[in-house]
Design a protein around this ligand. Structure first.
Ligand SMILES: [Zn+2]
Length: 276
């Protein structure tokens, strides 16, 4: 049997930008596995950590994929995941630049391929999504954190030791097939229509977005544990089984919030602005 080269596909950018959706789409490539936020692999089975940090988000502690896996940190993570499950494309949506740099170094040392996808989304949608989830947090702090994450993602992309693709969440959600073809070519794999039907297969993500995971796992046995957040419940329960652009921020973002965002982050957001 021909053994395919190992490719690590890392997703950078700010949280709440659609990385769970992107990871699930990429898991439809032949020989690919989406591990979720791989950085949480360090907490697997650590009962001092909450369930959502230490286990598969969909199965919980008893997960057929992660059972028995412990990362031997003296060796490359993706090599061990590949050996564990037989995949040769490992997709990781951890986003943190230090984590991505360390994995890219491991891949290079092992003679493997590293790819970085920098996922961007209109900052107004990102900040609104964070406020929806954490309504008590300070708006100005959220805006500042988002700008810092964008700056860090740009610096990561400039110094990344391999090919980099910049992708807008809004493009992915409105032209999923075109973008899936582009992603497959970038990774060096063949486009597969299965990429778009991500809810038709099982997923075992560490960390990531509850709402998207709920959509993906509606038909997966033992997935009852995963539920969207309280303020998103109606949106996701009524969501059709297809990829859709989430523009809830347009109705939810209060005018005074929008004004502060524009004042603080309008310039940074200009290239990522979607619609008016
Ligand atoms: Zn699982």
């Amino acid at each position: 049997m021909e053994s395919a080269a190992l490719t690590g596909v890392m997703i950078g950018g700010a949280g709440h930008s659609g990385s769970t959706l992107l990871g699930m789409i990429l898991s439809g490539l032949e020989g690919a596995v989406y591990i979720g936020e791989g950085a949480k692999v360090r907490y697997l089975g650590d009962t001092s950590k909450p369930l959502k940090k230490r286990a598969c988000k969909i199965c919980g502690d008893d997960c057929a994929f992660w059972n028995g896996f412990r990362w031997d940190m003296t060796r490359g993570l993706y090599e061990q995941v590949a050996a564990h499950c037989g995949a040769h494309i490992i997709v990781d949506s951890s986003k943190k630049p230090d984590w991505i740099t360390a994995r890219a170094d491991e891949l290079r040392t092992g003679g493997h391929e590293a790819r970085l996808i920098v996922l961007m989304r209109d900052g107004r949608a990102v900040v609104n999504s964070r406020l929806r989830k954490y309504p008590d947090r300070d708006l100005a702090v959220q805006i500042t954190e988002w700008m810092e994450q964008i700056g860090a993602a740009r610096a990561l992309a400039e110094n990344f030791p391999g090919p980099v693709l910049h992708l807008a969440y809004e493009e992915l959600a409105t032209r999923p097939e075109d973008i899936a073809r582009k992603l497959a070519a970038f990774i060096g794999a063949r486009f597969d229509p299965a990429m778009l039907a991500f809810s038709a297969r099982d997923h075992h993500p560490l960390g990531g977005n509850n709402g998207t995971q709920f959509l993906a796992a509606r038909g997966q046995p033992g997935a009852a544990a995963i539920q969207p957040g309280e303020r998103s419940a109606a949106y996701y329960r009524n969501h059709p089984d297809e990829i859709r652009l989430d523009l809830r921020w347009k109705d939810e973002f209060a005018p005074d919030h929008a004004a502060l965002f524009e004042q603080m982050a309008g310039t940074v957001n200009q290239p990522m602005k979607w619609g008016i």
